[in-house]
Design a protein. Structure first.
Length: 721
């Protein structure tokens, strides 16, 4: 990165921050210093709540959900336990406004408001996200996380490059307990699912100033899909130390492994050659017995938090991630004959992938006085580098498939693999400074303004293609929000923010196009009820992407071969409504409910990303029975998704509906019950998709589908101490 950029932006950062810090040093009007407080526990209302008091949303400020001028959803630990959520995919399938397109058994896309989600974070730090290559992200275990925060809309102020969709932030469990505490659980389910988990916190010193927490999980499960199975292991250890009364250091390490056998690559054919739909059984596979997809993810981190005498806080963090993948896969392309089952052809691929990522963050935040009122500000510096490599093993001769109607893949012979050679490589760097302030214009009116300046560079090469170098310097991402308190319960809000997405396509002069610009405006009303135990919101949003690359012809440079060139064009627009309520409506009665609907069209008025549902309804509730039945908690919920579709570009000529692959709207019903056998021991039963609804995700580019889980049952025994 440019040294002048570093010096210039850091000078701006220091120049803005120091006067406010100096002003805050005086404390209040009488000049008394403000006594510091060190926050050592996550912001939540209680161990049984479905909402939280505060969350880091689209800004670095520590705001309540009501004071955040964007749509924010938080999946708490209690809700994770009640619904039996085990992976990141499980969470996305149960949060309002976001959805999963499970286009293969072990790869999926996350979406919000019509756009891909490409910002996955751990404690606010972006993690590796090579969706097209690694299955690890979507299968990441929730065992090491306390809660999951989702901010919808553009999040460029905190995440840098990406789509104006949403950011998913996984918040780690912390070693906050000064006494021995924890839990252990075992679980079983259909398809030979077995699971064990332990979570233990303990002080390492007599006074509890140094504390540790260790989490471990092991899962071994088959699947409703023939040949498919997965063994996963998760280990997490963290130590937190009070270095001084005002300084806390926490360090940790996590490792997650997934060893998948029999994964599908590309999904199932939707059509027969006669144009009729195949309608396979949900157990049908396109994999072979030798296919596998193993991946691991190591993540080491260190965080330092210091509170100054004036109440200002300095946060510094350093993380190092290392994700590896090793796969041997089989893809069946074409369309089978309805009678003979012939017509599919094999393609095999074996890849070694690795992503190494380093992130460094520094933030200064606190309150200051101006014009007789108290305000807040935060300033920060972020650096990230992701180095991705992929090698491919060439495959030998593949055997004929024969009659696919009788296929189960177990006996299909494995090809002879050659030595791994280069396939793809890329290095992505982002460096940025940001500043944001929350001004108290009047007792009921707060203004949030901020900006981020980013240097972005991505270099790389794919085998058979020329090397590329995409560089975007001094990208400015503005943020503005206004919150007006109508009374002690309701607040009106409005916000505007943006995000940029670099692109590799070049113009007629051979210069890479400027980034895609995503702009998001949102307005709505939020409410906080029952002393903060319930949060509710209603939002209207408008998102627009501009400068999308559009092919404009071919040209030659310096006598070279003709190559395509592009121009930037007006892009996609998404408009919609979201409403949500979370919390404890009455003693023992928790609920999470929300509905979202939007329209997403390109510049011509046609739907874009039509494989993403336009309508979503999510509700889940639990009730702890009173009196003599107080040991019993019962719950249930409904997940509704609207119709999705795509047009298969290679559909047979006689395909029905003009080659449209459509998943009609569907509803999934989920139930749970938990019984407290004793003060420490409980048993919980979860049944998902109670009505056994058949539904699928789709791979738009290949006209393929992958069936989602049918009725699933799990039983968990948990001991807390």
């Amino acid at each position: 990165m440019d040294k002048q950029f570093k010096m210039k932006r850091l000078a701006v950062l220091v120049g803005l921050a120091l006067p406010l810090l100096a002003q805050a040093q005086t404390g209040g009007d009488d000049g008394a210093a403000v006594m510091p407080t060190v926050q050592v526990s996550s912001q939540k209302l209680g161990d049984t709540s479905y909402t939280v008091g505060k969350a880091k949303g689209g800004t670095p400020l520590d705001l309540s959900l009501r004071d955040t001028p964007q749509s924010v959803s938080v999946v708490t630990q209690q809700r994770i336990e009640d619904q039996g959520l085990q992976t990141v995919t499980d969470v996305v399938n149960n949060v309002v406004g976001i959805s999963v397109n499970q286009y293969e058994t072990n790869r999926a896309g996350f979406t919000a408001r019509g756009f891909d989600i490409d910002n996955l974070q751990i404690d606010g730090v972006p993690t590796t996200w090579e969706q097209s290559w690694s299955s690890g992200e979507v299968a990441s275990s929730l065992a090491i996380y306390d809660r999951v925060e989702v901010v919808r809309g553009a999040t460029g102020l905190m995440t840098g490059a990406g789509n104006p969709s949403a950011a998913i932030n996984l918040v780690r469990k912390r070693a906050t307990s000064k006494e021995l505490t924890g839990s252990a659980e075992i679980g079983i389910g259909n398809w030979n699912t077995r699971r064990a988990q332990a979570d233990v916190s303990t002080p390492l010193t007599k006074d509890g100033s140094v504390r540790a927490r260790v989490v471990g999980e092991y899962t071994d499960a088959d699947s409703w899909v023939d040949l498919l199975s997965n063994k996963s292991k998760t280990i997490y250890a963290t130590v937190e130390a009070d270095l001084t009364p005002f300084t806390v250091l926490d360090v940790g390490f996590s490792r997650q492994e997934n060893n998948v056998k029999g994964p599908m690559w590309g999904g199932l054919s939707y059509w027969y050659t006669n144009g009729n739909q195949t309608n396979w059984d949900v157990s049908k596979t396109a994999a072979a017995g030798w296919t596998r997809w193993d991946n691991s993810y190591n993540n080491a981190f260190a965080n330092l938090r210091h509170t100054f005498d004036n109440g200002w806080k300095l946060d510094a963090s350093l993380t190092r991630g290392d994700r590896r993948g090793d796969s041997q896969l089989l893809y069946l392309y074409g369309y089978p004959d309805a009678t003979t089952g012939e017509g599919l052809f094999p393609f095999a691929g074996a890849y070694l992938t690795r992503t190494k990522q380093t992130n460094a963050n520094l933030q200064l935040s606190g309150a200051f006085d101006l014009a007789g009122r108290k305000h807040e500000a935060a300033f920060g510096y972020m650096y990230s580098k992701a180095d991705f490599t992929s090698d491919r093993r060439p495959e030998g001769t593949l055997a004929d498939l024969g009659n696919y109607n009788n296929w189960n893949g177990a006996a299909y012979p494995e090809p002879t693999w050659g030595a791994a050679t280069f396939y793809e490589q890329s290095v992505t760097k982002q460096e940025a400074v940001y500043g944001v302030a929350r001004f108290s214009l009047a007792d009921p009116l707060k203004l949030i303004v901020g900006a981020r300046v980013t240097n972005y560079q991505r270099t790389g090469q794919v085998i058979g293609s020329a090397a590329y170098d995409v560089k975007n310097d001094n990208e400015i991402t503005p943020y503005a929000g206004l919150v007006y308190d109508l009374n002690n319960t309701y607040s009106l809000y409005a916000s505007y923010t943006s995000i940029f997405q670099p692109q590799q396509e070049k113009d007629i002069n051979g210069i890479a196009l400027d980034p895609i610009r995503g702009k998001a405006a949102e307005t709505g009303i939020k409410g906080e009820f029952l002393d903060g135990r319930v949060n509710a919101s209603l939002a209207l949003f408008h998102i627009k992407q501009d400068n999308l690359a559009q092919a404009a012809g071919t040209t030659s440079h310096n006598g070279g071969l003709p190559e395509p060139y592009y121009v930037g064009s007006d892009g996609a627009t998404s408009r919609g409504v979201e409403m949500e309520v979370n919390g404890e409506l009455a003693r023992g009665w928790n609920v999470s409910a929300g509905y979202s609907i939007f329209r997403a069209q390109d510049a011509t008025g046609a739907d874009f990303n039509s494989i993403y549902p336009r309508k979503l309804f999510r509700v889940f509730t639990t009730y702890n029975l009173p009196g003599e039945l107080s040991k019993l908690t019962v719950g249930g919920g409904v997940n509704y998704e609207g119709r999705t579709y795509t047009v298969d570009p290679g559909a047979p000529g006689f395909a029905t509906n003009g080659g449209v692959i459509a998943q009609d709207a569907f509803t999934l019903v989920n139930l749970m019950a938990r019984y407290d056998i004793s003060k420490n021991l409980s048993a919980q039963l979860n049944v998902n998709n109670v009505t056994d609804k058949k539904h699928f995700g789709m791979f738009a580019a290949y006209g393929a589908i992958t069936y989602a889980a049918p009725r699933t049952t799990s039983l968990t025994l948990k001991y807390k101490f």
